[in-house]
Design a protein around this ligand. Structure first.
Ligand code: TMP
Length: 196
């Protein structure tokens, strides 16, 4: 039987990663096979992207967008599709909505970003964990050094707006992430229950 592909989206510091882990352990307790994965990936293209995010490689914004899209296609072919085809529930911390939100917020035409991501299949469920940028940046400030995108509050505001408009276009479920972790998780579980 085919599995499912769920992705979690949101600003850095929105709580995506912890929510992905909690969701995975809940699903495992119910007996499902689960794979938690992320973008950018740890693969060769993901490594180049991370150099750019840390400021160690200067790239045009459009070239970055193409790298994110290429990293995604490799992720689908080598990780996501095989796991879904073997019946697993795949939870990805970021997927194509990240490109639509971030790369359009960085000035690229949304249509073009959609075009270069056309070959990446749509997930079964996309969840946006929505938090105001002031909250998300406070959370990450406390935990680590910020990368190029994270340190720019104005960019984070544009990314949030872009996410909210994309959510309407793509039937992405929006969860209010500005609440205790357990409450956010309970709402995510309800959305996932409807899918299983
Ligand atoms: P991460 O902090 O979740 O690992 O993501 C790294 C950064 O990359 C984050 O600021 C969001 C950004 N990003 C994009 O701009 N486009 C994309 O398609 C993805 C997957 C991430």
């Amino acid at each position: 039987m085919k599995g499912k592909f769920i992705c979690l989206e949101g600003l850095d510091g929105s709580g995506k990663s912890i929510q992905a882990r909690l969701l995975a352990s809940w699903l495992r307790r119910m007996g499902h096979g689960v794979l938690v994965t992320e973008e950018p990936t740890r693969g060769p293209i993901g490594k180049i992207i991370k150099l750019a995010l840390r400021g160690n490689l200067k790239l045009p914004v459009a070239a970055e967008a193409l790298l994110f899209a290429a990293d995604r296609l490799q992720h689908v072919e080598q990780v996501i599709a095989p796991a879904v085809n073997s019946g697993k529930i795949v939870i990805s911390d970021r997927y194509k909505a990240s490109s639509l939100a971030y790369q359009s917020a960085r000035g690229l035409p949304l249509r073009w970003v959609m075009k270069i991501n056309e070959m990446a299949p749509d997930p079964d469920l996309m969840i946006l964990i929505d938090v105001p940028p002031e909250v998300s940046s406070q959370r990450i400030n406390r935990s680590r050094r910020l990368d190029e995108f994270e340190s720019n509050l104005e960019l984070q505001r544009r990314v949030r707006q872009a996410y909210l408009s994309i959510a309407k276009l793509y039937r992405m479920k929006v969860v209010d992430g500005n609440r205790p972790v357990g409450e956010v998780q309970a709402e995510i579980r309800k959305l996932v229950e409807n899918l299983l």
